[in-house]
Write a protein that binds this ligand. Structure first.
Ligand code: SF4
Length: 330
């Protein structure tokens, strides 16, 4: 098996905030607290979970939008989390991002041609101005926008069209990995489906790896190879898509999936309603972080944190109840 394109090892990102008496004593938000996964070339891994679980922070840490607290991010065998700004520059070309909001992620003072050409110029990818124009035109073809649209301004486009421009800009750098951070969440249902199909087609055509960060499991089911489920800064389950959707192992994943509409008419799925709210990442529960909401919690869950371990080949889950399956899989 070839080496993964991206490896994330025990990644932690803790943000310091004011808190305590009169707001003076510092406190820490444990946004990401020991996350590990890999993405192969050409593979899509979806990172899912409720709002505030830390999934977007993982994406931003990989992009080095801030320094990580601990752990490693390894791209193509090279550690990138500790690189200087200069050494990071060529890496930035290889990892691009498509953000959620197509209205704020494009510079309103730039024409589309300049938005799409910017990464090509920044990374010196065009041999001439004719080559630059040809590359921009080819990117417009790839995202299925008319070539003449390059002369227009972002405000002249719909949300879906703007997201296509954002995808063209990401592709312009010729990346190997694209991080889609809730990239279709702000779009209407029909437009969402079009953008998801476009991303899938582009991935196959260009052999891209993708980290697809989303809270929308119906979309994830449509386009991913594997799924990693996050809860309060930790991954609680990872498995191939078919396994996660057919036989989720972790009680949190089971609850999340129970809320996804079933496409077949007449089919039924028992909805699992979790009690209470997600606890604060400033003071996460001891033991299993999910124990305050888990319908199966028992004494051990309150004191001992379960490890993420295989329940069968390629399927890992962090739950004390699954230890029997884990030893059988070992
Ligand atoms: Fe629930 Fe305990 Fe499993 Fe956590 S370890 S998911 S609290 S049963």
């Amino acid at each position: 098996m070839s080496a993964p394109l991206l490896e994330v090892n025990d990644l932690k990102k803790h943000f310091r905030v004011r808190g305590g008496f009169l707001g003076r004593a510092p406190a820490w938000v444990y946004a990401v607290d020991g996350v590990s996964f890999e993405i192969a070339r050409g593979e899509t891994l979806s990172l899912v979970g409720e709002s505030g679980c830390g999934k977007s922070t993982v994406g931003r840490a990989i992009l080095r939008l801030f320094d990580v607290t601990a752990g490693q991010v390894v791209l193509d065998g090279r550690r990138i989390d500790d690189l200087s700004a200069g050494a990071l520059r060529p890496i930035r070309r290889r990892v691009q991002v498509v953000f959620q909001d197509p209205f704020s992620s494009l510079n309103p003072r730039m024409r589309v041609k300049d938005i799409v050409a910017e990464p090509i110029r920044n990374f010196g990818l065009a041999a001439s101005s004719a080559d630059l124009d040809a590359r921009v035109a080819a990117l417009m073809d790839k995202v299925r926008l008319p070539r003449e649209a390059v002369e227009r301004w972002p405000h002249e486009f719909s949300g879906g069209q703007r997201q296509r421009i954002g995808i063209a800009r990401a592709l312009a750098a010729e990346p190997e990995l694209i991080i889609c951070d809730e990239a279709v969440s702000a779009l209407d249902v029909s437009v969402k489906a079009q953008i998801v199909n476009l991303l899938q087609d582009l991935q196959q055509e260009l052999g891209l790896a993708m980290l697809f960060i989303s809270h929308d499991l119906a979309v994830v089911e449509h386009m991913t190879h594997r799924v990693a489920v996050m809860y309060l800064g930790k991954i609680v389950e990872v498995a191939p898509k078919r396994r996660i959707f057919a036989a989720p192992q972790h009680p949190y994943t089971q609850a999340l999936l129970s809320a996804v509409p079933v496409p077949e008419p007449g089919a039924n799925r028992q909805r699992i309603i979790l009690k209470g709210d997600v606890p604060s990442p400033i003071n996460p529960p001891k033991g299993c972080r999910f124990h305050t909401r888990c319908p199966y919690a028992f004494d051990r869950c309150r004191v001992e944190e379960p490890k993420l371990q295989p329940t069968e080949a390629g399927h890992l889950a962090a739950c004390h109840l699954l230890e029997g399956a884990a030893s059988a899989a070992a």
